[in-house]
Write a protein that binds this ligand. Structure first.
Ligand code: DGY
Length: 324
């Protein structure tokens, strides 16, 4: 049997593309243009595995195409809400993702957003580059102190725990969280002196910063809505490095305008790459273009993790990060 045929839907870091080309009969996307629905369907019809990423919408329409040759989707990303998992299962496709490897870098971006929005870093940089800075003065651009404040976390998985550790041990922050699915809350509570709360509202009520870390599912869609913004303190900040769907973006804009919350730091959006225009016009909002895992080390690690899963699958073994 020849090498398995794989199609990579976007550019990957060079070292990983080299590895993929050595191991498989690989078609790379050297132009890095996103594949259309028809091209994704074609990929499923002509390759043994499609190595997609979090922006490829692997919908029922795509996955249900007749005459599929593909047996596996190796998703480049820990989140796999881009894939209709039930349809993938029904179509007999094995799916893997890339957990763990991006935990620290995504947590670093959450802290970047938290510090930037609290200390007005984006606004300050715009001010300076715009030639408006007239010099130091006691009342200039006063922000909010981070050290010692309370960080509320919704969803206490790997990335959230990494954020909590950085915040607690680095910035002496107190941690409160809500996660009804966490297997061993006592261990987490002990490690960073965190408090597990009984509801999202309990977390929102007294947190100075609220960081979202739940996956995008039907259950978490618009988890942060108008009522929940009102449940936050008016001086509090929202941080989202999870998925845009978790926040009702229109309600967030309304809450910011009404002063229900003090600001937001966002890395993900409801309709990426489109961002609600009003957010881009607000000084108390820090906006990043989905950079959570965007370091060379992590992106290479993610690619190699896909390779490990695909290799295992074609060797007749269980892919270590199988999600379907
Ligand atoms: C993921 O892996 O789900 C991230 O959002 C990509 O950075």
């Amino acid at each position: 049997m020849g090498k398995p045929k794989v199609i990579v839907t976007r550019r990957w870091p060079e070292a990983v593309e080299k590895k993929v080309s050595e191991l498989f009969d690989a078609t790379l996307n050297t132009g890095d243009t996103p594949l259309t629905v028809a091209e994704l369907q074609d990929a499923l019809k002509t390759a043994d595995a499609v190595l997609c990423t979090v922006t490829d919408k692997m919908t029922a329409e795509v996955l249900g195409v007749d005459g599929k040759q593909a047996k596996m989707l190796g998703n480049f990303g820990v989140g796999f809400n881009n894939i209709d998992i039930e349809v993938a299962k029904a179509e007999g496709l094995v799916v893997s993702n890339t957990p763990e490897i991006l935990t620290d870098c995504t947590a670093d971006i959450a802290m970047t957003l938290l510090l930037s929005v609290a200390r007005r870093a984006g606004e300050g940089e715009r001010h300076l580059r715009g030639g408006q800075w007239t010099g130091w003065r006691p009342t200039h651009m006063m922000g909010t102190k981070v050290t010692g404040k309370k960080l509320g976390i919704i969803g206490m998985g790997r990335i959230a725990q990494a954020v909590a550790k950085k915040a607690h041990f680095g910035f002496d922050m107190k941690i409160a969280y809500f996660d009804p699915y966490l297997p061993d809350p006592d261990a987490v509570n002990k490690t960073m002196d965190a408090e597990s709360r009984g509801s999202i509202e309990d977390v929102l009520a007294d947190s100075n910063f609220v960081s979202l870390h739940c996956p995008a599912t039907a259950e978490t869609r618009h988890l942060m809505n108008a009522e929940r913004f009102k449940a936050m303190q008016a001086s509090a900040f929202l941080i989202n490095t999870a998925r845009g769907d978790v926040v009702d973006e229109a309600a967030l804009v309304a809450a910011l305008k009404a002063g229900d919350i003090a600001g937001a730091g966002l890395d993900v959006y409801e309709c990426e790459p489109d961002v609600t225009r009003e957010l881009t016009e607000m000084e108390n909002v820090v906006l990043l273009p989905h950079l959570g895992s965007a370091t060379l080390e992590t992106r290479e690690g993610m690619g190699f993790r896909v390779v490990t899963n695909v290799e295992a699958f074609f060797a007749g073994k269980e892919p270590p990060d199988r999600v379907a």
